[in-house]
Write a protein that binds this ligand. Sequence first.
Ligand SMILES: Cc1cc2nc3c(=O)[nH]c(=O)nc-3n(C[C@H](O)[C@H](O)[C@H](O)COP(=O)(O)O)c2cc1C
Ligand code: SF4
Length: 495
Amino acid sequence: MDSHRRVRHALPEVRWPTEEEAAASPWFSPVSLGRTVTAEQRTWVPAMVPWRATEEGFVTRAVLDWYGRFARGRPGVIVVEATGIRDVPSGPLLRVGHDRFLPGLGELVETVRRESGGRTRLLLQVLDFLAIRRRPEPAKFFGRFLAVDAALRERMAEADGNDSWRSAPETAVRERLAAADRATVERVLSPRDLESLDRGYRERVTDTHLAHVRELPRTLPGLFAGAARRGLAAGFDGIELHFAHAYTMASFLSPLNTRTDGYGGSRENRVRLPVEVLAAVRERVGREPCVGIRYLGDEVIEGGFRGEEAAWFSVRFAEAGADYLSLSKGGKFEDAKTPRVGEAVYPYTGESGHECMPTVHSDERGPFGRNVPLAAAVRRALRAAGHGIPVVTSGGIHSFEQADAILRRGEADIVAAARQSLADPDWFRKIRLGRGKEVRRCEFTNYCEGLDQRHKQVTCKLWDRKFDRDDPAIARSSDGKRRLVAPEWDGLPPD
Ligand SMILES: Cc1cc2nc3c(=O)[nH]c(=O)nc-3n(C[C@H](O)[C@H](O)[C@H](O)COP(=O)(O)O)c2cc1C
Ligand code: SF4
């Protein structure tokens, strides 16, 4: 979609159902997630990273409050944010790469059980990602990060018409490049080094010259299996394998994965590792626990896969024992905007990012439910192949009528809402009680996503800002200005 063809869409008028209409809706009917887990409703809060873990990846009070708040809205399912499977530092992202994370995760499970009155099923999204660095200061890049090899010296000798660069001291090469004009830099640096200078260094699954990347097919199945085992030990109802967006497993699925070791190239090869990961998880935890997959119905980027291939993957995942498939769209590094110096490239800033979290600044189709056809295509492919596993759709879901119609038309089995649930975590409950008029409606302008981009504690701009700052019961963001969870619903009826 051309960004210059975007227009601002108004929030559609909506009609909220009566309590009886809501009770009769498929959205509020149960659904099985595999052999052992049944969600009471087909309402779903998909994974959202709120940046509230400790730097070491532990659950904090703020993490408990965040999920406890969603739980009071009693959705059928909450998926806990992307949680790292490795035991390596990764900033304030939750982690599940070691048993020491279990007590905190167990407390999270208990909190959601208690706050939802046992009504909400809780899944843990588990993730692997490759190294990514901030865009460097050019002086630092040329002074330290750039590898000075024979090929670079050769290009420099050619650019300057001066053979001495082939054997000049490394510091002289670095100093020359640091002082060079842009045209020279572009002639001398390899495309990959130029990208590292302009956007920050980023590893790819095709970097098989790096041993740890080459070995991913050997290491990842065990890492995912260990994470799944721990998640279930902590008491989660199930595990969601994060195969979407800009991260390692999604990159294996992508046609941009040209690995020649049997794990890249053809779609059969690209799906191999994801299927082996699922198999390893099944081997570790057994066939009974709920294990689902979130992946892309369309990568949106040039050279990426589209809906047809996503449908093909879905059948492979079902054959391999996935209990549900949750479809997302885009969210890739390849088309992300160039970050400022000192910031890292963020996969939700380009066209594919817009498709992942569409805003009211959209093309003529608007942001609302625009990803539903992808889920519908996947669901058709699954049913045609004889697989009945549920398909979750998300992206611009904002009203009861919309969710109800999607389910009645058979386009998906479960309808998820991230930002609308963030704006008003009670919205499912309000609708269920015939009090939809009280829903605080998301404006789909992505203030929350802007915070995520800067790795700041995510909040919603619609939450009350005039709260009593001296009230110790109201947790505030580190800058003291924002409340960390949505205000309570005054009208909440007793059970
Ligand atoms: C702040 C924020 C954090 C997110 N973090 C994750 C994540 O950890 N894993 C994931 O699969 N999707 C993540 N998403 C994407 C959402 O799950 C969802 O697919 C997307 O927001 C579109 O749905 P919506 O229109 O209902 O918001 C995030 C979205 C937001 C707004
Ligand atoms: S900050 Fe904006 S886009 Fe995000 S949940 Fe709130 S209203 Fe919606």
